[in-house]
Design a protein around this ligand. Structure first.
Ligand code: FPP
Length: 248
């Protein structure tokens, strides 16, 4: 049974929530642990947030799991993150199916180690028919890269004579992004208190509400997620227009 939003004091359930999961390294450092332990604990937060999003009836959840820039980290860290991702994808199929979660990804998946890419494809196929939450993992993702790839494709179509340059509009661009067909995020959450967008969904977050949580990602669980959703419920979205005031 779906949890009623009212039971958590939620006024409105966003259709699409995007999350910049940040603070794994700091969480580990505060405990004199290796950074990898922070990522390991972070996976528990991924599970908690995915479960809660599904329960609440959120339609899309996009998680920034690995950026294009993250490849610059020490080899041992990127290799371990890839290993953790592969293990997560393998172990989670049952839980994703039980919760009717459909898995998708954005980013340059060909950058992933072949074994992890195969595991991703297998989990994607195994969950393709699920009708609940769509979980989108951003993997080897960078928004400027995504927009550049879209521009390249549109230019190629124009050169081939399939589209007229003058007909290119915002819908054309949106159709060529990795998120084609996915509604823009209503809410963008960043954990660990950092006030940066870090090359995440630059086109898509134009009108998203931004909630920054001070909690480090490994401690960001159901309650912190619900807090962010309550904060979203207090916002008045205007999309560049003016707020309609009640008539006197
Ligand atoms: C940011 O923390 C987090 C990441 C770069 C990776 C996020 C990955 C996970 C939560 C685990 C794997 C994900 C899935 C979906 C299985 P940071 O290392 O930048 O933290 P810091 O800023 O404190 O150093």
């Amino acid at each position: 049974m779906k949890t009623q939003p009212a039971s958590h004091g939620l006024k409105e359930i966003p259709r699409h929530v995007a999350v910049i999961m940040d603070g794994n390294g700091r969480w580990a450092r505060q405990r004199m642990l290796n950074r990898i332990e922070g990522h390991r604990r972070g996976i528990e937060s991924v599970r908690a947030v995915v479960r809660t999003a599904g329960e609440l009836g959120i339609a899309y959840l996009t998680l920034y799991a690995f950026s294009k820039e993250n490849w610059k980290r020490p080899k041992v860290e990127t290799a371990t993150l890839m290993h953790l991702l592969g293990t997560f994808l393998r172990r989670e199929i049952g839980e994703l199916n039980r919760n009717k979660v459909r898995l998708k990804a954005i980013g340059v998946l060909e950058d992933l180690p072949p074994k992890v890419l195969r595991q991703f494809r297998a989990t994607e196929a195994a969950t393709a028919k699920n009708t609940g939450l769509t979980l989108i993992l951003a993997l080897s993702y960078g928004a400027r890269d995504e927009i550049t790839r879209a521009a390249r494709e549109i230019a190629a179509e124009a050169v081939a004579g399939r589209i007229a340059p003058a007909s290119v509009d915002e819908k054309t661009v949106a159709r060529h992004l990795d998120t084609a067909g996915v509604p823009d995020p209503d809410l963008l959450i960043r954990t660990s208190g950092e006030l940066r967008v870090s090359n995440f969904l630059l086109w898509q977050i134009s009108y998203a509400e931004f909630v920054v949580s001070p909690t480090l990602w490994p401690d960001f669980r159901r309650e912190q997620f619900l807090d962010a959703l309550r904060e979203f419920g207090r916002r008045h979205r205007r999309f560049g227009g003016v707020e309609s005031l009640p008539r006197a």
